[in-house]
Design a protein around this ligand. Structure first.
Ligand code: 3SL
Length: 241
């Protein structure tokens, strides 16, 4: 298996399709998707464009849909919810389809839509992602961070490093045999440095600070919980997990 990490959708190659791709947006889109499915959502459908989301969800019965929209960390006016995983309670999402558009996370999922298998990863489902890769043994795996508007993010890279570190350890292989690019070695080093202080890392991260300014302290605490949910959002048709 060869593993490649790309820090943002923009840095992800436009040619070549991996056997398996994992999109990560720890703060908060992929954490929200995992949580929604764990709480009984029928599916998650992702959109980078808000108008497309509205058009597509219009054809869905109102009681069977929930529209989640975030821009700049805040809820989009007129939507049912923003992008907080804490809003994904069974009362809110059970049996409903979550139509979601966020600033960066939904773009990274769209970027890898053509991969053989596409999934959403976060700290909360790190174990489920690792187990899938170990059992399916894909030849090429891309982990794509969402970053923020084209820039690197600490939290997505640390999560990519957590997945990479588990794979290297459990495959019992030297890192250079698994790593397809230098980003893998860098992400593992970042994770190793912060693994016992992930909440502190969130407070240092620029997007963590943005969310703290929006009073989302509880979201940060939720998003760092490692292996909380045994749920793997996996694409069943383009854009639907
Ligand atoms: O950028 C994104 O896709 C979001 O997850 C950002 S936020 O955490 O909802 O602000």
């Amino acid at each position: 298996m060869k593993l490649f990490i790309y820090h943002t959708p923009e840095l992800t190659p436009s040619s070549g399709v991996p056997d398996c791709a994992i999109a990560i947006d720890v703060l908060r889109a992929t954490t929200t998707m995992v949580t929604a499915l764990a709480a009984g959502a029928e599916a998650v459908q992702v959109f980078s464009d808000l108008d497309k989301l509205i058009n597509e969800s219009d054809s869905w019965p109102t009681e069977k849909r929930i529209r989640a929209g975030e821009r700049g960390g805040a809820k989009v006016a007129g939507f049912d919810m923003g992008n907080s995983p804490l809003d994904c309670t069974p009362e809110q999402v059970q049996g409903r389809r979550l139509f979601i558009s966020t600033t960066n996370g939904t773009r990274s999922l769209e970027r890898v839509q053509k991969a053989g298998a596409v999934m959403a990863g976060a700290f909360v489902n790190r174990r489920a992602v690792v187990n899938y890769i170990l059992s399916e043994a894909p030849e090429t795996v891309w982990i794509v961070g969402s970053g923020w508007e084209g820039s690197f993010s600490l939290e997505d890279t640390a999560c990519a490093g957590a997945i990479a570190q588990s794979l290297v350890t459990e495959l019992n292989l030297p890192v250079e045999q698994v790593a397809g690019n230098d980003e893998v070695v860098g992400a593992i080093a970042l994770y190793e440095q912060w693994k016992d202080r992930l909440l502190e890392l969130m407070h240092q991260a620029s997007h963590g600070q943005r969310l703290l300014r929006l009073d989302c302290d509880e979201d940060l605490k939720y998003c760092v919980q490692m292996d909380l949910l045994d749920v793997l959002p996996i694409q069943r048709e383009p854009g639907v997990l």
